[in-house]
Design a protein around this ligand. Sequence first.
Ligand code: SF4
Length: 327
Amino acid sequence: MSLRIGFPRALFFYSHFPFWQAYFNRLGIEIVTSPLTTKSILNNGSREAVADACIPIKLYHGHVMALRDKVDAIFIPRMIKINKHTTYCPKFLGLPDMVKGTLDKLPPIIDINVDISNNLWGLWSTCCGISEILGCSRRLSWSAYLEGKRYQKAYQKLLLKGYFPLQAMAKLEGKPIEKHTNSGKLNLAILGYPYQVHDSYISLDVIRKLIKMDVNVLTLEMIPANHLYRLSNNLPKRLFWHFSNLVLGAANYYTLHKKVDGIIHVTAFGCGPDAMVDKLMELEIREKSNGTISFMSLSIDEQTGDAGMATRLEAFIDMLHQRRQKK
Ligand code: SF4
C-alpha cells in the first residue's frame, strides 16, 4: 500500500499546494488534504492552539487534527523565504514546532525547511531533503521536482486568467467547475492573505456574496508576481513579511491602474502584521487615488456574524453605485 501524506487545507495550501501535490504524486505518494473548513474544524483548532494565535493559525491546527488519524505522515514545512527580500511571518517559521508542541497523537511530521532566499536551487534542496527522508532516489526526486514546477506554473497561469485558487486546482485535476465571468458594473478588489480570503468559511464567503451582488471581484492572485513584488517596494522601507508585501503590492497595483471602484481589505483577527498593513493600505489608497477609490476594512473573527457582514457589504456597494452615478 502506498504512503499517504496529509496536507492541511490552510495557510500556504492556497499558494503552493499544486507544486507539492504533483511532486509527491510523482514520487508515488498519495496526498490527502483535509476537508473544506467547517465549524468543528475551527472550534477544534481554537481549543487546542495557543490562546493568542491568529485565526489562520488556529484553523491550521484544526486542519491538522482533521488529518491525524487518516494519514501516515503530515507535511508541515517550515516556510522561511521564497525570495531574497522578505520572510514568512514568524508564525510560519515556528509552525511545525507549534503544532508538535500543542497537539498529541500526531503521525510523523515532515517539517523540512523551505528557504529559497539567495539560491535559485533552494526548492530543489528541499526536495532532496524530502527524498532522503522518504528513501526515494535523487533521479526520481528530480523528475518529481520538474513535474511540481510544471504543475505550479500551470496553476499560476489559471490564477492570472481570473480563476480563484480552488477553481484553478479543480481545473488542473480535470474536475468540472463553474467560472464566474465578470459582467457587473462595479470592480472591487478583495485583498488579504490568500488563506483568509479563499477559505470560504473564515472569510464568510465574502467573494461569493459580492459576486451575487453583481460585482466583478479581483484578487491579488490575478496580478503577475513581478508587479506585486515591485509595487510592494514603494514604501520607504519594505515590510519584512512575505504575504503582507504581496497584499500591499496588490493594493498599489489596483490603485495605480485605477482598475477598481473600491478595495476591501480582509484582515485576519489576531494578526500582528495586519494591524500595520491595514493602516498603510488605507493611507496609500487615499493618497494615490486622490479619494477616487473607496476603501473598507473587514476584520473577521470567530464571532463575526453572516448577517452583519452582508449588511456592511451591501452598504459599501450601494455607496459605490452612488459614486458611479455621480461621476
Ligand atoms: S501573517 Fe498574520 S494571519 Fe498570517 S500567520 Fe502571521 S500572524 Fe497569522
